[in-house]
Structure formats: C-alpha cells, structure tokens
Design a protein around this ligand. Structure first.
Ligand SMILES: NC(=O)c1ccc[n+]([C@@H]2O[C@H](COP(=O)([O-])OP(=O)(O)OC[C@H]3O[C@@H](n4cnc5c(N)ncnc54)[C@H](O)[C@@H]3O)[C@@H](O)[C@H]2O)c1
Length: 332
C-alpha cells in the first residue's frame, strides 16, 4: 500500500485527494496546510499538520504531493527528494528556468522519482494526436497554434494574493492558466524552441503585478512555427484550443474534442472524458497521471512525466516575458 501525503490544501487539492482515494493501492497517510481551516476538505480522521517538515519526519511517506503556491514548488520538492521521498508535484516546475535546470537534476542526484503534473498530455485527445503526429501519416508538421481564453475575476487574486505577485507566482496567464497549452504546443511541435517574440500585458485593470494576457510567435528547432494567444479577460472559461497544421491535414482540439480537417472535410477522432472534482477546463487526467506514477512506484518501471520534460515550457514562459519586456527576439 502506497503511503501518500499532500502539502497544500487549496483549490487543486481535492483533485489529488480524489485520485489518491480512487487508486486501489494507496492511502492518504497525512496532510499539511499552514491554514488549519483547510483541514475541512480532508476525510475525517486524517492526521493533519501545519508544518510539512514535521509531517515528513513523522509519517515517512512513499510519495509527497506538492500542491502549493508556485514559489514553494522547487524548494519543497528539493527538500522532500533530498530526504528520500518520491514527489508528485503540481505545475509549474519552478518560478524560473534556472531553478528548473536544478530541479531536472534532482531525480538522478537523490535516486527518488519525481513526476510533474502536466496531466493534459494524457488527455485522450492529446494522446491520439501525438500518436498521429508520430506516425508521419499526414506529412510534416508546419505549425502549431494555442488559444487560452479564460475568465479570472478580481476576486480570484483577492482570495489568494500570491497569484497576483511576481515573486510568488512567477507570472499570471502563462504560468498559471496557459502553461498546459504552451506545453502541448511544444510537445506536438516535437522539438525544442529555437527563438521567439512575445507580448505580455494587462487588459484588466486589477492592480496585479502579473500578466493577464500574452501572445507569442515561436520558432522551433525543426522549423515548425507556433502562434500562442492567452488571456484571462474572456467572459467565461472556454476549453483551451490547439491546432496542429500538417502538410496533408489540420488537426484541432476544441471543446475537448479532436478533429481532423482535410480535403475530405472534418472528421471527429477523439474526445476527452468528463471532468473530475476540479474545474471542467482542467479535464480529468490528474487521476490518470497519478495512477500511472503510482504504478511506477509499485513496479519500478513505466513512463511518467519527469522534471526535465517540463523544461521547454518553463523556458517558453520566461522567454515570452523577456521578449515582451525588451521588445526583442529571445533565442534559446
Ligand atoms: N494541473 C492543473 O491543471 C492545475 C490546476 C489548478 C491549480 N494548479 C496548481 O496547483 C497549485 C496550487 O494552486 P491552488 O489554486 O490550489 O492554490 P491555493 O492558494 O488555493 O492553495 C495553496 C495552499 O497551500 C497552502 N500553503 C501555503 N504555504 C504553505 C506551506 N508553507 N506549507 C503548507 N501549506 C501551505 C495555502 O494555505 C493554500 O491552502 C499551483 O501550483 C497551481 O498552478 C494546477
């Protein structure tokens, strides 16, 4: 039986708790939040701590879920890994690329396993599209496009002030809302970014430090180009849209459904399963990724998403900001 613990009992925590509960061979051994009021989301009787170090020392878990504000991801993962605990950590990898590079060395340095929650790579639509792209059946990929149009009202930042601060969140729309879409653009493009130009800003007058809107033109090493648009100024959360243009067909994921458009018209290819306990736009692949990682912990083999896999998107976010501030092309 895998002994799991979780640090951070905020908005995303119920999604992790549900995934732990639904995995046959795992049990929640304890949970931690600095705010004792958050205990209310736990199953009755769950041991609760306000200090994660005390929890880790006492419980000695098999895996630590990190569902904390962004600035705590890398330091807490580092501490847990160095103490010998496996880690399942929420996105983003880290506040910046330099910390990301250190994070990517942790598995080898410590011998523990660390999975980063880029769960949308496991959506049925993403898996199907990736399989098609790797088959080369539709010719070379020429471009990828990502659109994230969500609504984040002022209340969203007022409720959790860390989300509005550069030092604690590392950014806004890109690192918090559009990260999965930027990650999938790179994943589908199939190569590392080479260079980009970006724009960042605030369309909403909320007095926040982080960007609520961003756009970028990205060039990947294999010649694929990327167009990204992200904003939290939409009237509602609309599922993120991704398009991949190949020589012989164009693939689109919209409203969580994958379509192929070619000379024969439009064909529906796959659909994501309904959402779990989180917001509908999150999808339900948290459960799938957590189960996959737990199987690796049990059997010692299998695929999961390593910290190094999250490096390209970490760079993209930082480079779009840098380009947006300088007005210049940023090279990898
Ligand atoms: N993968 C996804 O699709 C997805 C979706 C939503 C959120 N997230 C990520 O999940 C993370 C958490 O987001 P959220 O919206 O739940 O944030 P949140 O602010 O609602 O929750 C964070 C919790 O951590 C607690 N906390 C802060 N410092 C602590 C410490 N030192 N020790 C213990 N607890 C501490 C806070 O009290 C709070 O309850 C973020 O990284 C976010 O980007 C990922």
């Amino acid at each position: 039986m895998i002994k799991s613990v979780i640090i951070g009992l905020g908005d995303i925590a119920p999604v992790h708790l549900a995934a732990i509960a639904s995995y046959g061979g795992a049990a929640l051994a304890a949970a931690c939040d600095t705010d004792p009021a958050r205990q209310k989301i736990l199953p009755p009787g769950t041991p609760f701590f306000t200090d994660y170090r005390a929890m880790l020392n006492e419980v000695r878990p098999d895996v630590v879920h990190i569902t904390l504000p962004h600035y705590l991801h890398y330091p807490v993962a580092k501490e847990a890994a160095e103490a010998g605990f496996n880690v399942f950590a929420e996105k983003p990898l880290a506040l910046n690329y330099a910390d990301g590079l250190e994070y990517a060395k942790l598995e080898e340095k410590t011998g523990v396993k660390i999975c980063i929650c880029l769960q949308n790579r496991l959506n049925a639509t993403s898996e199907k599209l990736r399989e098609i792209l790797l088959s080369d059946a539709y010719g070379k990929i020429t471009g990828v496009r990502g659109l994230v149009a969500w609504k984040r009202a002022k209340q969203y930042y007022d409720d959790k002030p860390w989300r509005a601060l550069m030092a604690k969140a590392g950014g806004g729309n890109m690192i918090n809302q559009a990260l999965h879409t930027l990650d999938l653009m790179q994943y589908f493009a199939g190569a590392k970014p080479k260079q980009l130009r970006g724009i960042i800003g605030q369309l909403l007058d909320y007095g926040i430090e982080v960007e609520d809107t961003a756009a970028a033109f990205i060039e990947f090493e294999n010649g694929v180009t990327g167009l990204f648009n992200g904003s939290n100024a939409n009237a509602a959360d609309v599922p993120a849209e991704i398009e991949v243009i190949c020589e012989k067909a164009t693939f689109t994921i919209r409203y969580q459904t994958l379509y192929r458009r070619d000379s024969g018209g439009e064909t529906r290819l796959a659909e994501d399963a309904g959402s779990g306990p989180g917001k509908a736009v999150y999808g339900n692949s948290h459960e799938k990724l957590i189960a996959r990682f737990y199987q690796v912990l049990e059997t010692g083999s299998g695929e999961y998403i390593h910290p190094a896999d999250a490096l390209p998107v970490t760079w993209l976010i930082e480079a779009i900001r840098e380009s947006g501030l300088s007005g210049k092309t940023v090279r990898f």
